[in-house]
Design a protein around this ligand. Structure first.
Ligand code: FES
Ligand code: FES
Length: 151
C-alpha cells in the first residue's frame, strides 16, 4: 500500500492503496465517485472514461501510481450543477437509454470539444469510436455533441 494525494475535481484527496490499483476502483471504492462506470476493464468500451489534465483516459487501465500531479476530472466534476453544454444537450436530445455508458460518452465528448470546438461528423465519429453503447444511442450522441458545439 502507498499514500497518494490525488487532485480530483478541484480538490486534493488522499488515498492509501496498492500502487497498481486502477484509478477506476480508487474513484468508485475509495472515494465513492460512482459516476465512472466499469464496463470491460480492459480499455475497450469507454464506460470508465475520465480526464487527466483534460485528456480523455480509460480509468480502468490507468494505475493510480501513474497519475502523479495530473488533475483528474470525473463526470461529477464536469460541472457543479449539470450545466455543462454537453449535459444540457444530452437532456435536450434525451440521449440515454439504460444510461450505463453515458458518463463515459459525455467525458469523451467533452475532451473532443475542448480540442475541436466545432467538430465535423467525421471528427465526432473518429473521436467517439472507442465509446461503446450497447443500446445504440450513437445518432443521438452525435446530435447532442453538435448542439453543444453550437451553444
Ligand atoms: S471499463 Fe474501461 S474501457 Fe471498458
Ligand atoms: S445507453 Fe445503454 S449502453 Fe449506452
Amino acid at each position: 500500500m502507498a499514500i497518494f494525494n490525488l487532485k480530483i475535481n478541484g480538490n486534493t484527496q488522499e488515498v492509501d492503496v496498492d500502487p497498481a490499483t486502477p484509478v477506476l476502483w480508487v474513484l468508485r471504492d475509495h472515494l465513492q465517485l460512482s459516476g465512472t462506470k466499469y464496463g470491460c476493464g480492459i480499455g475497450q468500451c469507454g464506460a470508465c472514461t475520465i480526464h487527466l489534465d483534460g485528456v480523455a483516459m480509460r480509468s480502468c487501465s490507468l494505475p493510480v501510481s501513474q497519475v502523479g500531479d495530473q488533475a483528474i476530472t470525473t463526470i461529477e466534476g464536469l460541472s457543479d450543477d449539470g450545466s455543462h453544454p454537453l449535459q444540457k444537450a444530452w437532456v435536450t436530445h434525451d440521449v440515454p437509454q439504460c444510461g450505463y455508458c453515458q458518463a463515459g460518452q459525455i467525458m469523451s465528448a467533452a475532451a473532443l470539444l475542448k480540442n475541436v470546438p466545432n467538430p465535423s461528423d467525421e471528427e465526432i465519429e473518429a473521436s467517439m469510436n472507442g465509446n461503446i453503447c450497447r443500446c445504440g444511442t450513437y445518432l443521438r450522441i452525435k446530435a447532442a455533441i453538435k448542439t453543444a458545439a453550437n451553444s
